[in-house]
Each structure stands twice: as C-alpha cells, then as structure tokens.
Design a protein. Structure first.
Lengths: 375, 459
C-alpha cells in the first residue's frame, strides 16, 4: 500500500514537471526564398465579396479634409489630399561580362521607359510627377516663343515655375541573360526591379511605400519557342536574333512594361484611397473626395466605422469617383448588429454619422479590371 | 377669380423657389443655405455669395415675405424687422454690408455649402462717411534745422545772414536725403544695399552740394525759431523751413542725370546690348565706343542635354577696372532646344520679363549712383617731372580742385602720377588742371594728351 502511494506521488510529480515544461514558443516558420516571377494582385470586384471578406485593409488613413486649402500650390501638410511632388529616375545597372546575347542586352536604352513610367504613375494620382522629358518641354517652349512672343513666354515661365520635388522615386533594374541548350538553345532574360523613394537633400530613403522587388522573366511575356535559336558550328544560324539589340529591346520592353504594371498594383495596395462617408441613403454612399484623392473608377472599397481607434466594417462598396467627390453602392452589408442598424436607418432616409463616430471607405487595392483597361 | 389665379401663381412661384426659401430658425434669425461647386476658399466664397443673393432676392420680393410671414406665424417683432429690411432693400442698400454670420463650410457631394444667418433685429450698418485711408503725399516737407555762421566781410554778409544761409542749405540737404532714400527704395531689388552706407551718404552730400546754389528756389518759406551768439562772433540760428518736394526732386534728378550719366561704351552680343542701349538712351546717357565707363554684357550658354540655358551677366566698370555694378539673370527661367538662334532667342525672353528688365535697370541706376557717390570716374594724370617747379604741392593743389576727390600722387619713372575721381568731363578736368597747376609749373604747360578717355598726360 505504501509502495503504491509512493509510486502515485512520483507519478504525480513527473506529470506536474512535464506540465511546467511547455517547450519553445513557435512564432516563426521556415519558408523558401522564391525566385519565381512576380505576379500582379488586384482587388476582387465588390460583387464577389463574401461576408468574411469584409475586413479593413492596411494603410487606411482617417484624416478629414478640415485641414485642406484645396489649392495644390499651397496645400497644408496635414491635408490628406496633399500629394508629394516627385521626380522619377530609371536606372539600369550595366550588364557586365561576355557571352551569348550580352552585348545586345547591354545596348538597351531605358530613356523611353522612364517616360512610360512617369505616365503610368501620374495616372494613379498618388504623386505629382515632374517630367524629365526636357527635349519635349524645350521644343514646346520654342514653339510657344514663335507663336506667342518673348514677353508672353517670359511672363508665363516666371509665374509658372517648375515644381519643387519633395522626393525622388528611383527605379533600379537589374537585367540578366542566360542561354540554355546546345544546338537548339533558348534565351532566358530576367529583369528585377526595386523602387526607392528618397529625399535627395537629406538622402533619407523612405520606408513607405514599400513596393518590394519585382521579378519579370522573359517567359512571362514570350513563349519559350519565340526565344529559340539554332547554332551550327557554334555560330548563330536561325531563330531568335539574340545578338540584335532591336529584337532584345522588344523583349526587355515587354518585360519592363509588365514590371511597371505590377509596380502600379503594388503601389495602389500600399497607398490605398481613403475617403470619408458623408451619408448613406439606401445602399448609396456619398464620399467627400474623389479623383482629387486618387479614387479610381470601379474601386472596391470597404466601408467601416471608426470610433475611439477601433474599426468596425460595415460593408463592401463599388465606388466611382467624380472630380471632388465619389458615389458608391454598398453591394454587401456586413452581417453585424452595427451594419444592420445603419442599413435600417439608411433605408428610411439619409443616414449621417454623428456624435464623434465617423465612417470611412478605403480601397482594397487596384480596381478589378484596371490592368485590362489601363495597361 | 383673377385674384385667386394670381395667388395660385404666387404660391407656385414660391414653391418653385422652395430651395431658396430661407427657413426661420427658432430664435427668429433669418438663415439660408448656399452651395457652390468645388472645394476650398473659392467654393466657400461662391456658396456665401449664392446665399447672400438668395437672401437679397428673398428680401426684395414682397410676395415671399407675405407668404412666409403668413405661414410661419411670426411674432410681431420679427415681422416688423422683416418689413423694415424689405423697405431698405427697395431703397437699394447693399446687402453685402449686412453683419451676417457665415457657418463653417460643409461638403455635400461635389458642392461646398455654408449657412448664412442674419440675426434678428440686425439692420444694415450706416454708411461710414469717415473716409480713412492712408495719407496722401503732401507737396511740402517741413524740417527744423540749425545753422551756424560767421561774418564775411569780403561779401558784406553778417554772421546772421551766413547762419541763415547755412541753415537753409542744411534744410535742403535733409530733404534731399529723404528723397534719395525713397528713390533707392524704389529701385533697390532684393537688398537695401546702398541705403545707410557710406556711398549713400556721399551721394546725399554731392547732390546737396550741387543744390546749394538753388536753395532759394526750393525753400518755400521759413521762420526763425531761435538764435544765439557763439564764439568768435558767430551766430547759431534754428529755423523751421518748408521745402517743396516737387522742384527739389526735379532739381536733384537733373543733377543726378547731369553728373551721373557720363558717356558709356556698351560691349557684348548685339541681342544683349540692344536693350541696354535703349535704356541708356531713355535715361539720357550717351553711348560711345570711346567712353570711360563700360557696360559689359557677358553671355554664356549652358548645355543640358539637347537644350540650352542662358547665363547673362552685366558689369558696369570704368577703364581702370573699378566695378560699380553687377547684375545677373536667372538662368533657370527657361531652356530652349539647341539651335543657331538659341542665344538670341534666350536673351529676348530673359529681357522680355518685366522683373528681370526692372532689376537690370535698377542695377544700372545704382551703378551710376554709386559712381556719382564715389565722386565721379577715376582719372589718371601723368605730368613729366620737369614740368613742375614745386612738385611737393601737387597733391594739395589737386585736392582743392572743384569736383575732385580721392587724390593720390606718386612717381612713375620720369613722370608724376596722380589718380583722382572727378565728377565732370575729362576735357573740363584738363582745363581746370591747366588753370590750377600754373602757380607750381616750371613754365607754361604743354597740350595735354587724353588717351582712353581717362588718362591725361602732360608731356
């Protein structure tokens, strides 16, 4: 009996000790570092949202318009409509080494690509872009001088000075090429892009927006068979003209264009458009800003209530902007007491947020259909 | 029947303006909402203007007042106030003068809206007949100055006469100082470079000196405030003098033009010198290739890719290299594509800009003033040693020449070498030298050689 009791106590002790030893916390996980090509992520249409999908995305901004002067030239720093003025640079690293197709790749000229980048970035209205197209600007001024005269040109040039950049946006690219195969081979190009926003005076690289690294491979834009070539006696005979800069440029241009598209979608996720909801009538919402705040057509926006630092999703809306405001339709109301309450109030008239609560709408990223219609 | 119809019309009209109908607030204040498209101060102004317009049209329309008073069952005080307002509006008062309260703006869709409230009982403020505003310039300046004088027996002037003359000169000088400061403020571009420093004081002196001879015509009236005897039989008087601004400014300008506008040479590319010459011509300055003062326009093109910017510098200096003024354009104003005519085009554009043209002219003006202030152009005089009997007196003698300043004398091989500033023409200086050097000369002075317009040699 005594022995049994002893054994029981021992058993209990071991169990207790085992209970105390909870083991290391598992907070991290090992993952593979990918070198696959990047893909574009866009918002789903509001019509495809399920209840569980209605969550507030990152980077929303709940600033009101009360600090705004609405004058682009003298906008208050605290105004959410104020956009940084940037100049964009496209820098390509020199392609080093020798080998098949390297010379042609080295000759790639990215000047025009910069203008393409400027155009695309200007369209999404997250920055105010100062173009680098000096030749065009000078050409136009010459024509203006001929047509309007020196006095007019001088007066206009003095009153409308070039914008002062707050930051510069730098796009670094890395181009690589490798050939595979022997008699019948194919070229495999890779373009890697990173962007940086930096203050040229303090040299500070900004942490936001963080667009990461974009990798585009030639197989994303060309079928592998299009890049095939045949060598006989170690000399090019037929197929893809990997040694001809024009042909290589065509491939690299397509790759860069795809890279820029991906960059745009990332930018729109990193810097979503936020607007304040002024009223809800039925399913219709009225927002206090539109194009001026970078709201794009067919935007999918999450509508949420913001009170005391907490966010409470109300629904998902399909929004279209006008110049200074935007209108949307709540496609799906969140299944929650708050959303139900607001839905009921909005059904019988115009619901306006009161008593310190505010309702905002934030975009979930690049609008569905943007890449098809704008790129 | 007819009456009924017109009443119905009035109601219809009133209804069609339902948006514009002001609602009476509980306190009896009149308030109306106005909206305007857009955002920002422009939209707020527009919305306020719309609201005011609605308010005005409401007040001037008798039917509306009748309608609303009937419907809203107003108390008698409010009705009376409204009637009074209406009468005044018929008489044509400006509603903009009404002390209304404008609410903070609200956003409604693309519009910005405000509510304008007219507190009950407020009536338009009476016209303020008191036309304030800044003082218009008076034609005269009154100054109080003190002068000292001692008897001058040669000219038969008493100490009092002399003291009064001295005081009058000082009065003129003081007003000239004010005038010049104003002139400078008008011309100075970015910084008040010349005001208060020695060059401006020298300029005051110079113009005042020249004006002395004309002080009678400039002082309109004066009265003695005080007088007392001072040592050596002198008298000190304090007078209050009224100086007329207009003739003084005209006279001072004449003097500045006469002594500050010497002949100048303009050097540089044609496109740059053309406007410079035009300005000099406007200001009565003679342009000549052999002048002792040079305005040099220096242009250079800066390449930026395929485009060109213009750097234009204008220097005012005399032949000895002394610099009086320097002006530069702002190259970043414009860039044009590289071409054969790009320099001329750029110069045209830069000088077509009123601000740049003004600043260039101001700099030229200042350069001339600086030159005058320093006592005129620098001249070099060379006298062969054997021409002078008493060379030790040369410096003192040159110093007594009217209009001469900063005299320095040295030797240079077989020559005595003097440099000085002189506020007149070189020819005048030559004849003045021939006159004044006679007492110390060994014999009669030979003909002087003038080279470069500023070097005078007696060989």
């Amino acid at each position: 009996m005594k022995k049994f009791a002893h054994a029981t106590i021992l058993g209990l002790t071991v169990t207790m000790l085992a209970a105390c030893q909870s083991g290391p916390a598992r907070q991290t996980a090992d993952t593979m570092v990918s070198n696959r090509a990047s893909s574009a992520t866009v918002a789903r249409s509001a019509y495809e949202f399920e209840d569980a999908d209605i969550k507030v995305p990152a980077y929303f901004d709940t600033q009101g318009l009360q600090n705004c002067t609405f004058d682009p030239a003298s906008e208050n720093d605290r105004c959410p409509l104020k956009k940084p003025v940037v100049r964009m640079y496209f820098s390509g690293t020199d392609v080093g080494g020798e080998g098949q197709g390297v010379d042609a790749l080295r000759e790639y000229d990215d000047g025009q690509l910069l203008f393409m980048l400027e155009n695309q970035f200007a369209g999404i209205n997250r920055f105010r872009i100062i173009t680098q197209d000096d030749d065009l600007i000078a050409e136009e001024k010459q024509t203006y001088l001929e047509q309007q005269g020196a006095v007019d040109l001088a007066t206009r040039a003095a009153t409308e000075r070039v914008l002062k950049p707050d930051f510069i946006v730098k796009l670094d690219t890395l181009r690589t090429v490798k050939s595979e195969g022997s008699i019948t081979g194919w070229m495999d190009y890779t373009l890697e892009m990173t962007t940086a926003t930096l203050n040229p005076f303090t040299r500070e690289l900004m942490s936001h927006p963080n667009l990461g690294k974009i990798r585009v491979k030639s197989e994303d834009v060309r079928d592998r068979s299009e890049l095939k070539y045949v060598m006989v006696n170690n000399r090019y005979t037929t197929g893809f003209r990997y040694h001809d800069a024009a042909h290589v440029n065509a491939v690299i241009n397509d790759m860069a264009s795809r890279g820029i598209d991906i960059l745009l979608t990332r930018m729109l996720s990193e810097m979503p458009a936020t607007a304040q909801v002024l009223g809800i009538k039925g399913n219709q919402i009225s927002l206090d800003r539109g194009q001026n705040a970078g709201v794009l057509p067919n935007e999918t926006m999450i509508v949420f209530q913001y009170e005391a630092g907490f966010v409470e999703p109300i629904g998902v809306a399909h929004v279209n902007p006008s110049r200074n405001s935007a209108n949307g339709e709540i496609i799906r109301w969140k299944s929650s007491p708050l959303a139900n309450d607001i839905e009921d109030q909005a059904a019988s008239g115009i619901f306006r947020p009161r008593n310190g609560t505010k309702i905002f709408a934030v975009s979930v990223g690049t609008p569905a259909g943007f890449l098809e219609s704008r790129t | 029947m007819k009456l009924k119809q017109s009443l119905a019309m009035a109601v219809l009209l009133a209804n069609s303006h339902a948006m514009a109908m002001p609602s009476f607030m509980t306190g009896g204040d009149l308030s109306i909402e106005g909206c305007a498209y857009g955002r920002g101060s422009h939209a707020v102004e527009g919305a306020t203007a719309n609201a005011m317009q609605e308010l005005a049209s409401f007040l001037s329309s008798p039917k509306m007042i009748n309608e609303s008073t009937a419907r809203e069952e107003l108390d008698s005080a409010t009705s009376e106030w409204l009637l009074e307002l209406r009468e005044m509006s018929v008489e044509g008062f400006q509603l903009q003068q009404m002390p209304v309260v404008t609410s903070s703006p609200r956003i409604q869709g693309n519009d910005t809206c405000v509510t304008v409230t007219l507190a009950q009982g407020t009536l338009p403020a009476g016209q303020n007949s008191n036309e304030g505003g800044w003082e218009s310039g008076t034609p005269d300046v009154t100054v109080t100055v003190t002068g000292e004088g001692w008897p001058d027996n040669d000219q038969g002037l008493t100490a009092r006469n002399q003291a009064e003359l001295d005081a009058l000169k000082r009065a003129v000088s003081q007003v000239v100082g004010v005038w010049l400061t104003q002139q400078r403020a008008q011309f100075s571009t970015m910084e008040e470079r010349a005001s208060g420093n020695s060059s401006s004081i020298a300029l005051n002196d110079l113009v005042s000196q020249q004006l002395h001879t004309r002080s009678e015509g400039l002082v309109k009236e004066w009265s003695t405030l005080d007088s007392r005897d001072i040592e050596r039989g002198g008298v000190e008087v304090t007078i209050q003098a009224v100086v007329e601004k207009q003739p003084l400014a005209a006279a001072a300008n004449d003097i500045l033009t006469a002594i500050g506008s010497p002949r100048v040479a303009v050097i540089g590319p044609e496109a740059a010198t053309r406007p410079l010459k035009a300005w000099l011509n406007e200001n009565g300055v003679e342009v000549s290739k052999n002048a002792s003062l040079r305005i040099m326009a220096d242009t250079r093109l800066k390449s930026i890719g395929n485009t060109r910017q213009l750097g234009l510098a204008v220097t005012v200096e005399d032949l000895s290299g002394q610099q009086y003024g320097f002006w530069r354009n702002e190259p970043s104003l414009i860039a044009l594509p590289a071409s054969d005519t790009v320099q001329a085009d750029l110069i045209d554009v830069h000088l077509a800009l009123p601000e740049q043209e003004e600043s260039l002219k101001a700099e030229l003006q200042q350069a001339f003033q600086a030159m005058v202030a320093q006592g005129g152009l620098l001249r070099e005089i060379r006298l062969r040693k054997n021409l002078l009997r008493e060379p030790d007196k040369l410096q003192a003698l040159l110093g007594t020449l009217g209009g001469a300043r900063d005299v320095s004398v040295g030797t240079d091989g077989n020559y005595y070498h003097a440099s000085m500033r002189y506020s007149g023409a070189t020819g005048d200086l030559v004849s003045a030298l021939r006159q004044s050097l006679r007492p110390i000369a060994a014999g009669s002075l030979p003909q002087a050689n003038i080279s470069n317009g500023y070097e005078i040699t007696f060989n």
